[in-house]
Design a binder for this molecule. Structure first.
Ligand code: NIG
Ligand code: FE
Length: 417
């Protein structure tokens, strides 16, 4: 694998120094120098071009960044990238006044995507997910967590996870797979809830763990989905099977899932639109990352943004994800969400950028490998067509990266007009 040198950067935002909370989140982690040298998929050094010149070999590829902003490749810590079908018609219904939960409770929403996903071939699921992965890479995302959860049978969940594994292997996107067997109660189990919880805990979870296809297990703990008690049963079974934990909680109603997840040492609790003060305190006193998904609040039009400032000031570790999924947030580009997210969550540019790089990487157990520009870490880099971090947020509209490097290879370059 060749060497790659990016030089003449306007600013290099490194996100160096590990996951950040409180005031450290807002520090502008900007490198002295204008260049990043990479070799064999790893970052060799960040600094002034003159100092790095001696480290580079003769056949090193060099890219003049023309005064642009260089950042770590973005890390999207919450996506549902694999699914069949489209719910564009339900979006129209929502614009016409129907609510997300009404559509879900009437057998649409997640259930619609489950039907499409169960019917889809593995090849079709891979083809559509690959298109979304391509959007991510063009927009500077180089790592994404990908959940199952539209299969809801052992076989269909494994099918989704095999597609996630193929995405990791056959595209430049780095994929962290999560098993979400408890995403929704299938309608045929409406009068037999315990039976489905038992199926997920006792059959699906061990099968998924044995397949090696998932690192994390997740549960949707909310109104219309799974209760705190059911969530506890499911998370404990997952932990016992050797899976690490994350959770969807407090999107519509706070059922106590946040406190439970913290108690069980989950890596992350995501959504938190209606998190309680007790939930904020529990997160602040833990290493469980508060995953904020403002794109979902915007796309649902609910107006309930997670209390980002309160979480930061209390001392919680926060990350921000796209939540790309077929219903509540159909945006694969984390970059697109950055500005409205910063505006509504009232997070400053450096806070947001740490939340979508090093803190997101930490929530995925990858903080030693991705999420910052430091020697020895993966050569995953995004270059944006702006001069500095403030402009990245201020220049609201252009969403594509100018250049994306994944594993030391240029995987996207903005074509000249
Ligand atoms: O994170 N909240 C639950 N799951 C997804 C939405 C899934 C869907 O609507 O298909 C989410 O928002
Ligand atoms: Fe989700």
């Amino acid at each position: 694998m060749a060497e790659l040198l990016l030089y003449n950067a306007g600013q290099i935002f490194t996100a160096a120094g590990g996951p950040r909370r409180r005031a450290a989140l807002a520090e502008k982690t900007v490198a002295d120098g204008d260049a990043v040298l990479m070799r064999e998929g790893l970052i060799i050094a960040v600094g002034a071009r003159a100092d790095l010149a001696g480290l580079a070999g003769d056949d090193c590829d060099a890219v003049d960044c023309g005064g642009r902003l260089v950042t770590p490749g973005l890390v999207d810590c919450h996506t549902h990238l694999v699914y069949g079908g489209s719910r564009a018609d339900e979006y129209e219904q929502r614009l016409g006044g129907a609510s997300y939960l009404e559509i879900f409770e009437a057998g649409g929403g997640i259930h619609t995507s489950v039907r499409h996903t169960q019917q889809a071939t593995e090849e079709d699921l891979f083809a559509s997910a690959r298109r979304r992965a391509k959007v991510m890479l063009r927009h500077g995302t180089t790592t994404a967590e990908v959940k199952s959860g539209y299969g809801l049978t052992t076989e269909a969940e494994l099918k989704m996870l095999r597609v996630a594994a193929r995405l990791d292997k056959e595209t430049p996107l780095r994929v962290v797979p999560t098993f979400l067997g408890a995403h929704a109660l299938p309608p045929e189990y409406a009068s037999r809830r315990e039976e489905f919880v038992r199926l997920v805990a006792e059959e699906m979870t061990p099968a998924v763990a044995a397949s090696g296809l998932a690192r994390y297990a997740d549960v949707f703990c909310d109104r219309g989905a799974f209760s705190r008690e059911e969530t506890e049963t499911l998370l404990r079974a997952s932990r016992e099977a050797g899976l690490e934990l994350r959770l969807h909680a407090d999107e519509f109603e706070a059922l106590g899932g946040t406190e439970l997840a913290v108690e069980l040492g989950a890596a992350a609790v995501d959504h938190l639109a209606v998190v309680t003060d007790a939930g904020v305190r529990a997160l602040a006193a833990s290493n469980t990352v508060a995953g904020l998904l403002p794109g979902t609040t915007i796309f649902l039009g609910s107006g309930h943004f997670a209390p980002a400032r309160k979480l930061v000031e209390a001392g919680a570790l926060i990350a921000v994800g796209s939540d790309h999924n077929p219903g509540s947030c159909h945006a694969a580009s984390l970059r697109t969400i950055l500005t409205p997210a910063a505006t509504y969550l009232r997070l400053r540019p450096a806070e947001m950028l740490h939340a979508v790089t090093i803190n997101a990487a930490y929530s995925l157990g990858l903080a030693d490998h991705v999420g910052s520009l430091e020697a020895g870490k993966a050569a995953d880099v995004a270059v944006f067509d702006v001069g500095d971090v403030n402009e990245l947020f201020y220049d609201w509209g252009p969403a594509r990266a100018w250049l994306t490097v994944a594993g030391g290879e240029v995987v996207f370059r903005d074509p000249p007009v």
